[in-house]
Design a binder for this molecule. Structure first.
Ligand SMILES: Cc1cc2nc3c(=O)[nH]c(=O)nc-3n(C[C@H](O)[C@H](O)[C@H](O)COP(=O)(O)OP(=O)(O)OC[C@H]3O[C@@H](n4cnc5c(N)ncnc54)[C@H](O)[C@@H]3O)c2cc1C
Length: 392
C-alpha cells in the first residue's frame, strides 16, 4: 500500500472504520478467490457464501430484510476496496446490492421486498438489470421490447443484450414499452422477471476484453407472461426507475475506478523502486516520476470529486450532473493511469496473467457501461445550457 497520505480524504470515524474492515477482509480473504476467478473465468458459489458470512451480500438493503443498511457512500467505499484487488468482487457485490435490489428497496411492494430482498441478503439470489437493446444503447428511450396488457397479465416480447450476469441472474428487472406514444415520458414500465419464466430465454452469452468473470447476456422474450404483481413502482414509471438506478451506478463505478487506479499506482511505485535500467532505478528517472506524480494527482482529484458528490447526495442535493462528471472523470482517469502503469512495467505490463494486464482490460469497460463518456458529457452540457432548446 502507498506510503503517502496525499491521496487520502478526511472520512468520518464511522466510514474510516468501515473502510478498514473491508480492506482487511479483502487482504486476508480474497486473494485466493481472485486467483481462482482468473483461472476459471467464473465467480464461484463459495465466494458468495464467504461474502454472505462476512456481511457483504445485500450490503445496501434494509436491515429488516437481513441487509447491511449501508448508505450509497458506504457501499461505494466498499466497492473501492474490492476493486483494488479484482473487478469480479464488485460484480459479485452488485448482484445483491446493485441497481435491481435497490430499485426493489425503493419502489417495490411489500410482497416484492419479502420475495427478493431476504434472498439477496442471504447470498441466495442474484440480480440483473436489463435496459440495453441492440437498437437502443445510449438512447434507451428508443427500446423496442414491448409489454402488452392481456387480461390481468403482461405479455413481454423483445430482446435485450449486454446484460451483466443475465445468464446467472435469478431475477432481472426488465424495462419495456407499455405505451409507445409516451415512451420515456410515462410509456416505459419496469418488470421483475424470474429465471425460468416460460417465454424467457438466454439466447447468447458474450465474454469481453475484460476478466471472463464478466459475462454479458442476450435475453429474448417471446410471449413471456408476467403477473401484474411483477411491475416495479407505477405502470409507466419504468424510465424514471431505471435512470434513478443508473445515477447510483455511476457513483459506484466512479469509486471502483478510484480503487483500481490506486492499486495500479501502488504496483507502479513498487516496480519503479525495484527495477534498474542503465544502472539506475526507474524511480530515479524524472520521466517515471512524472508519470507517478500525474497519476497520484488525478487519483486524488477523482476521489475528492466522487466523495464530495456522495456527501452532497447524502445531504439531499440533486447530483445528476455531478454524478455524470464523476463517472466521466473517474473512468477516463483510470484509463490514463493504467496506460502509464503498463508503460512503467515495460514487457511485464503486457504479459497475460500479470495483474497490470488484467486491470488494463478490465478498466476499459468503465468508459462504455452505465452511459458512455460521450453521454455523460451530454448530460453535463445540458445542465450547463439549461434554457437552450437542444433537439437531438
Ligand atoms: C461491461 C458492460 C456491462 C454492461 N452491463 C449492462 C447491464 O447490466 N444492463 C444493461 O442494460 N446494459 C448494460 N451494458 C450496456 C451499456 O449500457 C451500453 O453498451 C452503453 O449504454 C452504450 O450503448 P451501445 O453499446 O449501444 O453503444 P451506442 O449507443 O451505439 O454508442 C456507440 C458510441 O457512440 C457514442 N454516442 C452515442 N450517441 C451519441 C451522441 N448523441 N453524441 C455523441 N456520441 C454518441 C457513445 O458514447 C458510444 O461511444 C453494459 C455494457 C458493458 C460494456
Amino acid at each position: 500500500m502507498m506510503e503517502t497520505t496525499a491521496l487520502e480524504i478526511e472520512l468520518s470515524d464511522e466510514l474510516e472504520a468501515m473502510r478498514d474492515a473491508v480492506r482487511n477482509f479483502v487482504r486476508k480473504e480474497l486473494g485466493p478467490w481472485a486467483q481462482e476467478i482468473d483461472k476459471t473465468g467464473e465467480i464461484p458459489d463459495g465466494l458468495f457464501e464467504l461474502m454472505q458470512k462476512n456481511g457483504y451480500c445485500g450490503m445496501r438493503l434494509p436491515t429488516e430484510y437481513g441487509g447491511g443498511g449501508l448508505s450509497l457512500f458506504q457501499y461505494c467505499i466498499a466497492l473501492e476496496e474490492f476493486s483494488r484487488l479484482h473487478r469480479a468482487f464488485t460484480i459479485a457485490a452488485n448482484y445483491s446490492s446493485g441497481m435491481t435490489p435497490m430499485a426493489i428497496t425503493r419502489h417495490g411492494t411489500p410482497e416484492q421486498k419479502e420475495k427478493y430482498l431476504r434472498g439477496f441478503a442471504q447470498g441466495k439470489l442474484k440480480s440483473g438489470f436489463a435496459l440495453t437493446e441492440p437498437e437502443a444503447g445510449s438512447d434507451p428511450a428508443g427500446m423496442r421490447t414491448r409489454a402488452e396488457k392481456r387480461g390481468d397479465k403482461w405479455v413481454l416480447n423483445g430482446r435485450k443484450h449486454y446484460i451483466s450476469g443475465g445468464h446467472v441472474a435469478d431475477v432481472i428487472m426488465v424495462m419495456a414499452v407499455t405505451d409507445p406514444e409516451k415512451r420515456a415520458r410515462g410509456g416505459i414500465t419496469a418488470f421483475l422477471l424470474d429465471r425460468g419464466t416460460p417465454g424467457f430465454t438466454v439466447t447468447r452469452v458474450d465474454t469481453t476484453i475484460a476478466t471472463d468473470a464478466i459475462k454479458l447476456a442476450e435475453l429474448t422474450f417471446e410471449d413471456c407472461e408476467l403477473p401484474a404483481s411483477a411491475v416495479v413502482g407505477e405502470v409507466g414509471a419504468g424510465f424514471k426507475v431505471a435512470m434513478r438506478s443508473l445515477n447510483d451506478g455511476r457513483l459506484s463505478v466512479s469509486c471502483s475506478c478510484v480503487g483500481a487506479a490506486e492499486s495500479l499506482l501502488d504496483m507502479a511505485t513498487e516496480h519503479s523502486k525495484n527495477r534498474r535500467t542503465f544502472g539506475k532505478l526507474l524511480a530515479e528517472r524524472q520521466a517515471i516520476q512524472w508519470m507517478l506524480a500525474d497519476s497520484a494527482m488525478e487519483i486524488a482529484a477523482a476521489r475528492a470529486l466522487a466523495y464530495d458528490t456522495l456527501r452532497r447526495l447524502e445531504a439531499g442535493k440533486d447530483v445528476a450532473s455531478a454524478g455524470s462528471m464523476c463517472k466521466l472523470f473517474c473512468s477516463e482517469m483510470v484509463g490514463r493511469v493504467v496506460d502509464r502503469v503498463v508503460q512503467i512495467h515495460g514487457g511485464m505490463g503486457v504479459i497475460r496473467g500479470f495483474p497490470v494486464e488484467r486491470f488494463y482490460r478490465d478498466v476499459r469497460h468503465y468508459r462504455v457501461g452505465e452511459g458512455a463518456s460521450e453521454i455523460q458529457r451530454i448530460v453535463i452540457a445540458r445542465d450547463l445550457l439549461r434554457g437552450i432548446k437542444i433537439t437531438d
